[in-house]
Design a protein around this ligand. Structure first.
Ligand SMILES: [Cu+2]
Length: 138
């Protein structure tokens, strides 16, 4: 863990306002980071390679931040669907925990353009919450 990442997590946990904490989450991912949130968590992610291309495998570098008062994230599951088409991906990604709320998901593929939705299931001490992030693939 870099000291910058540790600082970012520390600030998020110590208690900025919810909005500031959400903006700070995953800033080590750079300007291309996309964010979503649930009641207790903020999820920031960036695709590798970016942008995502149709029918090409990609990975996600992910940072999960607990909002003030929430339990730290313990495990993460990642999946994606096209809600309007009622289907998911043809591949199941693997998730590696990198420490300090950072994860890497590998083996994702969007096999058609259109409206996808990423779902991040964050498990912490108080149960599991789903963070949904829409993604339009052109
Ligand atoms: Cu589809």
């Amino acid at each position: 863990m870099t000291s910058r990442a540790a600082l970012g997590v520390g600030i998020a946990l110590v208690g900025l306002s919810g909005v500031a904490a959400a903006q700070a989450c995953g800033e080590t991912l750079g300007k291309g980071a996309v964010r979503g949130e649930s009641k207790s968590y903020v999820v920031a992610w960036r695709a590798d390679p970016s942008p995502i291309a149709v029918s090409r495998h990609f990975a996600l570098d992910i940072v999960v931040c607990a909002k003030p008062g929430a339990q730290p994230p313990q495990t993460l599951r990642v999946d994606a669907t096209m809600p309007a088409h009622r289907h998911g991906m043809n591949y199941r990604p693997t998730i590696a925990a990198m420490g300090a709320g950072r994860f890497r998901a590998e083996g994702l593929m969007f096999h058609m353009p259109g409206a996808w939705e990423l779902a991040f299931d964050v498990a912490g001490g108080d149960g599991t919450e789903r963070v949904r992030v829409p993604y339009e693939l052109r």
